[in-house]
Write a new protein. Structure first.
Length: 257
């Protein structure tokens, strides 16, 4: 049967429009498709919440794709292995409390299960502002990443969420916007971003989980973003804290929303 090119275009435009319209008003909006954000989205969607994830790049996965220095293997500790087990991702015991996993299998496995659970991923979209009402974050202001890269004067569009999760890693992009523009005091010791410390894998992993929480009304942080906001060291290519932090924030929001 002959393929009609216009039918192909109509199919893409029609189905994407419906998907985008259906997720302009959600329970939770996650910014950043790294391991913490994807795991958070999985558990929220699995619990029946309407969740959208916005990733500025073409692909999700964040820094997990490259493992350590482009050796595409990652390490997780025993506690976090249970999360990978739930996603059906294979691990191998290296030494006590040190498991390795294939980085490509991890990213693709987490992404597949999260989308199958109901998470909607919108890639190539960047957050340029937040919607704030009465000192509470109520949603996101979105634009195409290509518009941002080309520095085009194109107005964005807005979506609403009961709660926003910043999972943008070291950059902590959403929290920086809130700090710079909204006048909202953050729930840190200084009321502002504390900044990320130098490498200490053990303390960094503990701090990631400890710091994954609400940073202001309507906005939580998880993953490396949490240490950038609340102050904690980086931890390198061990990803257990990322996985556990995404699960922790999801569990808190399931109760809250």
């Amino acid at each position: 049967m002959r393929i009609d090119e216009i039918k192909v275009s109509k199919a893409i435009l029609t189905t994407f429009q419906k998907k985008f319209l259906d997720f302009l008003d959600v329970d939770a909006a996650i910014v950043g498709g790294g391991p913490a954000g994807m795991v958070c989205g999985y558990y929220l969607a699995k619990a029946g919440k309407r969740v959208a994830l916005f990733e500025r790049k073409l692909s999700v996965g964040g820094g997990m794709w490259g493992g350590g220095m482009m050796f595409n293997e990652i390490v997780v500790q025993h506690q976090a292995k249970a999360v990978l087990d739930e996603f059906g991702i294979r691990t191998e015991l290296f030494e006590e409390n040190c498991y390795t996993a294939d980085a490509v299998e991890c990213v693709s496995g987490i992404c597949f299960k999260a989308v199958q659970a109901g998470l909607k991923v919108f890639n190539l979209m960047s957050v340029e502002d937040v919607m704030a009402r009465n000192k509470k974050i109520r949603g996101l202001v979105l634009n195409w990443t290509a518009v941002e890269m080309a520095n085009l004067h194109v107005d964005p569009m807005t979506m609403r969420a009961k709660h926003v999760v910043d999972a943008t890693g070291h950059a902590a992009e959403v929290v920086r916007i809130v700090e710079r523009k909204s006048g909202i005091r953050l729930k840190t010791k200084t009321g502002k971003m504390m900044g990320e410390g130098s490498m200490c894998a053990h303390e960094g992993e503990l701090a990631t989980l400890r710091n994954s929480k609400e940073v202001c009304d309507g906005l939580s942080v998880c993953g490396m973003c949490a240490n950038a906001v609340f102050g904690g060291p980086r931890m390198g290519p061990i990803f257990g804290g990322m996985l556990l932090s995404g699960r922790k924030v999801a569990q808190e929001l399931i109760k809250k929303i």
